[in-house]
Design a protein. Structure first.
Ligand code: NAD
Length: 356
């Protein structure tokens, strides 16, 4: 007997992806394809040397570098970058780095309409989404706008060989979280569910291999491929409780983005998966386990991730504010979320109740 396919709407995002070891060399070609001749190269201060190198590859098509990108795209940094783009008469940006740098490219695109080429060097997945974010006075605003979706994304696993192992692990779990929530999203669809399952499978293989040998190009390629798939899921669906909580914990309590995702994910999975059986089945297949929350908690800790929200700076006194913000804002979730249930979930994460 076959089960009827639930109804769905699938709105494909236009995405051009160039993937492969050494593909950074393709950026001049990507710029040319888009008709861009005056690119501003963006990076964080930490990745300045990489920005220099990208600028060198672009030759005359690089008109400057802005290397002050920062976590959660501070509004004053975005304003300075827009000014730099205008003063350089740039006709586009090349954002090379993690979610913070790609977020800066999106902020420039939102203000000026300039197209962005992205070269991701973490597994956060921002390059695959039309979601922008800007932080001002301790509050992060986010929105969706097709104009900020990068026109071309160049994934070069060689650029991730130096991503520190702890960041590789938590950034990888950040990507897995996108796939988990895409699998039970109200706007899930068959193609996205396939991508989500395969993305999780790819990362589940790659992350232990990276911990064993951070310089394995095979492991780095598998992880980046998984990150691409999971990022595409994030871009195509509506996220639920997990992403809402991470947004609050990052925006209001300044907890580190990827660590927060990693610590929280097993607990939200334990809460939501009983109400999302198809998602649970897909994750069981991808992770080769019968107990998805236990597997996520155990493997993340075995790979060196933090064990609890207390480990990354949250306190018991902060919980009421998180609960009040989370229940005060409407969002999709496969299970209704009450204040009591949320407090109990957060108390468990605070103390690492699922940690082995
Ligand atoms: P990040 O971009 O803040 O990077 C952290 C640090 O690591 C930076 O100093 C960076 O320069 C450095 N780094 C990055 N790649 C490196 C590499 N390969 N080798 C050595 N150092 C490297 O961290 P992130 O986790 O990628 O991004 C987090 C930010 O992205 C958050 O602000 C989050 O909200 C945002 N984000 C947005 C979306 C979206 O769709 N809009 C999706 C995911 C994340």
């Amino acid at each position: 007997m076959t089960t009827q396919q639930p109804s769905f709407t699938y709105d494909a995002l236009p995405m051009r992806v160039v993937f492969g070891a050494g593909s950074l060399a393709q950026i001049p070609h990507e710029a040319e394809r888009l008709g861009l001749r005056r690119l501003l190269v963006l990076s964080t201060p930490v990745q300045q040397a990489l920005a220099e190198h990208a600028g060198t590859l672009l030759e005359d098509a690089c008109v400057g570098r802005f290397t002050e990108a920062g976590m959660h795209v501070p509004a004053d940094v975005a304003a300075a970058a827009v000014k730099a783009a205008r003063e350089a008469d740039a006709d586009g940006c090349l954002a090379i780095g993690g979610g913070s740098t790609i977020g800066l490219g999106k902020a420039i695109a939102l203000e000026t309409g300039l197209p962005v080429i992205s070269v991701p060097t973490t597994y956060a997945g921002s390059e695959m989404t039309p979601i922008w974010g800007l932080t001002e006075n301790g509050r992060k605003r986010t929105g969706r706008d097709r104009s900020v979706l990068p026109r071309s994304v160049v994934y070069d696993p060689e650029l991730t060989l130096g991503l520190p192992v702890d960041m590789s692990v938590t950034s990888g779990f950040n990507a897995v979280a996108h796939a988990v929530e895409a699998l039970y999203a109200p706007d899930a669809s068959p193609i996205i569910s396939l991508m989500a399952e395969e993305g999780v499978r790819s990362l589940a293989t790659a992350l232990p291999a990276i911990v064993e040998d951070p310089h394995s190009l095979q492991a780095r390629s598998d992880a980046l491929r998984g990150a691409w798939l999971c990022g595409a899921c994030l871009g195509a669906t509506t996220m639920s409780l997990h992403h809402k909580l991470c947004h609050i914990l990052g925006g209001t309590f300044d907890l580190p983005h990827a660590d927060t995702h990693t610590v929280l994910l097993p607990y939200v999975a334990a809460f939501n998966l009983p109400a999302a059986p198809a998602a649970e089945q897909a994750l069981r297949r991808a992770l080769a386990t019968d107990d998805v929350p236990e597997h996520l908690a155990r493997t993340s800790i075995e790979l060196g991730a933090p064990r609890s929200l207390a480990d990354i700076g949250l306190t018991e006194e902060d919980l009421s504010e998180v609960v009040s913000q989370a229940v005060g804002q409407p969002y999709a979730n496969p299970r209704p979320v009450t204040s009591d249930a949320l407090r109990s979930l957060l108390t468990d994460v605070l103390h690492g109740a699922l940690a082995p």
